[in-house]
Write a protein that binds this ligand. Sequence first.
Ligand code: K1U
Ligand code: ZN
Length: 171
Amino acid sequence: MAILNILKYPDPRLYTNASEVKNITSEIKTLISSMAETMYDAPGVGLAATQVNIHQKIIVIDISEDKNNLLVLINPLLLESKGEMINQEGCLSVPEVFEKVKRADWIKISALNENGEKFELEAKGLLAVCIQHEMDHLEGILFIDYLSKLKRSMIVKKLSKQKKELERIVV
Ligand code: K1U
Ligand code: ZN
């Protein structure tokens, strides 16, 4: 297990479309453990493989308070969605930016777990938001892509300021 490097916006690799996992090998299981460790360390409530520069359809999520309820989604597929909700979202790849995004408020998905078993899951609230956010990552979509051009350009400025400040401190 290891803490993996999380790509930061505007890294173009975040815009990659992930491929299906064909076999759940021991390397994939090790990757899943490292992704979970990276998510807990960040800390975050979700992480998609795209964010750690692995372009395969793998997601880890844990929205529990005690951080003891890990959900692994391999090759997730949206089966149904209903309603609308607007929630504040954040992203480990877009640090310190929180913006409102409109999503479906109920979803039904299918996926494989880490043992290759297929399951279906219905979700609402934060879990539904998180699953939709992470599934977007696998298609190279970031939550800020739903915002206006003006808001996005303000975010780019904020992040480049953050980067310069960090470089000033490190040097
Ligand atoms: O994809 C990611 O970068 C993870 C992201 C998931 C997410 C959170 C909220 C709405 C939509 C998607 C995060 O985990 S951001 C960090 C965060 O929200 C959080 C961190 C610690 C405790 C609780 C929440
Ligand atoms: Zn994200």
